[in-house]
Design a protein around this ligand. Structure first.
Ligand SMILES: [Zn+2]
Length: 283
């Protein structure tokens, strides 16, 4: 599948979400802002590296590592929207323990962008993911409401409530027992603008986008998802996938192809923190 058709398919999926309001990872059209890395924060403390604020103090945005070394960060959005509790109560599964098990089996480090609502629904899984050194837990908002208007039909959160929504997710992680969530934030739907970046400026988070869309949202063909990923990855890439079984049912199956194929090409899997930490020495 070509990149273009992959994007068309992804956008079609996103259009579907206009009514389903279930999943992010629908490619953002907003361009990332460049931001200078902070000098080796890991050298002094164990805190994860972050980017320095962008122009005019806006929250910084990281898209991909632009590395020469063959490294790739698989990221998994653990989506659950604030109003999906009744669906979960009826048995719909927004988690994907098989996927997490597969990552552990393959020993693939990964970054999980979790909504606070997901952590409330699946506290034991949130805690276990947070406690596993393979993984880092990052913030995908509490509510999974959009931070801009017209974002794939997601309900929109007001700018005055944005920072609090992000903080509420971190609190939900703590309550679930995630001790050390990383200060990275993925906008629901990947949608952001200057207003959103300004609203988060004081929050201390680095926004993390991606350069490879897996197209796993509502996909039924694992081979097509794998082909999209393998066709898009380059050194330093960030791949967006999902850890939400009901809305991304073939992700684990696609990994069975993706992981060995990328390793065969010489790729090493890393967490987003490694890409951000290395940003300063990448050029
Ligand atoms: Zn999402």
């Amino acid at each position: 599948m070509t990149t273009l058709t992959a994007r068309v398919r992804t956008l079609a999926v996103c259009a579907l979400l206009a009514t389903a309001v279930a999943v992010a990872g629908c490619g953002s059209q907003a361009g990332p802002k460049k931001a200078a890395p902070t000098p080796s924060p890991e050298a002094e403390t164990s805190r994860p590296p972050t980017l320095a604020p962008g122009p005019q103090g806006l929250a910084p945005v990281f898209k991909n590592g632009e590395r020469r070394e063959k490294v790739v960060a698989l990221t998994f959005d653990a989506d659950m929207t604030a109003d999906q509790g009744t669906r979960a109560a009826r048995g719909e599964r927004f988690d994907n323990p098989e996927l997490i098990r597969a990552l552990k089996r393959y020993k693939v480090p990964a970054t999980v962008f979790m909504t606070g609502r997901w952590a409330e629904e699946y506290p034991a899984q949130a805690k276990a993911i947070g406690a596993d050194p393979l993984f880092e837990v990052a913030n995908h908002s509490y509510s999974h409401y959009a931070f801009t208007k017209d974002c794939y039909g997601l309900p929109t959160i007001a700018p005055k409530d944005m920072k609090a929504d992000v903080e509420r997710a971190f609190k939900a992680f703590e309550k679930a027992g995630v001790a050390d969530a990383v200060p990275y934030f993925r906008f629901p739907g990947g949608c952001y603008d200057r207003t959103a970046l300004r609203a988060l400026a004081a929050g201390g988070v680095t926004a993390v986008q991606w350069d490879v869309v897996s197209g796993d949202a509502f996909a039924t063909d694992a081979d097509a998802v794998a082909a999209d990923v393998l066709g898009g990855v380059k050194p330093g890439s960030v791949v967006v996938m999902h850890c939400t079984r009901s809305a991304a049912p073939v992700t684990e199956k696609a990994l069975r192809t993706i992981v060995p194929a990328l390793r065969k090409q010489g790729y090493r899997f890393v967490r987003v923190s490694e890409l951000i930490g290395a940003q300063g020495s990448a050029r």
